[in-house]
Design a protein around this ligand. Structure first.
Ligand SMILES: [Zn+2]
Length: 253
């Protein structure tokens, strides 16, 4: 299969680098990152990975400052990437934080894949910061970002299409999952918030070899997930990294 992976810019996120890198960059200097959705095309059926934040006004009130140009508005951004909404048959959600699942309504004919452990965590999170992160009812927050979707619930790895594998990689959240795509010109791995920045994968002077996301539920599980990703042997595509857009698609045209 000759898959092509197109990153889609669905918003500019302003926050400290330290939000992404556990115990590093604690200086609180604000920086620009990206909310990224991914379009996997070239196979028999079109696939989307993550749908981005929904309404920015609500997102800004509850989470980190996010801005959008007209081209970053999700409907426009998906169209600019060539997505035909009705033809998308699979939407894989790396997890259910609201910056990943806020535009599920754009895909009326898709199956939505999520881990059972993620759904459980989103409905009844353990930690206060995750309650806010998931916009759960216990905090009195609106949670239709993930509740208005009918899910195909997974218990571990799954292959929705030939050459596309969903890999359960807990740590950032209990049901975080990555997507490995064998493009025919190398394997690429979409990592969501498990690897938000290149720096998380490349490590730093006091980290060997990888840096977990500051937001996490289980560091031991996280470490095993990093090992799992290493074993896959593909090119890592981080979930919030601005430099992803230096290349229009993966593999390079
Ligand atoms: Zn997240």
């Amino acid at each position: 299969m000759s898959y092509k992976i197109i990153p889609i810019d669905v918003g500019t996120l302003m926050c400290s680098r330290g939000v992404h890198t556990y115990m590093a960059h604690m200086d609180q200097i604000m920086e620009e990152f990206r909310h990224i959705a991914w379009y996997i095309t070239g196979g028999e059926e079109d696939i989307i990975v993550d749908t981005g934040p929904g309404d920015t006004k609500i997102f800004n009130e509850r989470h980190w400052p996010t801005q959008r140009t007209p081209e970053q508005e999700p409907e426009r951004a998906f169209q600019l990437a060539g997505v035909d909404f009705a033809k998308v048959k699979h939407v894989i959600l790396t997890h259910l934080h609201p910056n990943k699942c806020g535009n599920n309504h754009l895909f009326p004919n898709a199956k939505f894949y999520v881990q059972r452990s993620e759904l459980q965590s989103a409905i009844a999170p353990v930690f206060a910061c995750q309650m806010e992160g998931y916009e759960c009812l216990e905090m009195g927050l609106r949670n239709e970002f993930f509740m208005n979707t009918t899910y195909t619930v997974l218990d571990g790895d799954y292959t929705p299409c030939p050459g596309v594998e969903i890999i359960h990689t807990p740590g950032h959240t209990p049901g975080s999952q990555c997507v490995s795509v064998d493009t025919g010109k190398g394997k690429f791995i979409i990592t969501g918030d498990v690897v938000p920045l290149r720096e998380n994968w490349d490590g730093g002077p006091w980290y060997s070899p990888h840096i977990p996301n500051t937001i996490h539920t289980d560091l031991m599980a996280y470490q095993l997930s990093f090992k799992r990703l290493e074993g896959l042997g593909g090119t890592i595509l981080p979930g919030c990294e601005v430099s992803i857009f230096e290349q229009p698609c993966y593999p390079a045209p």
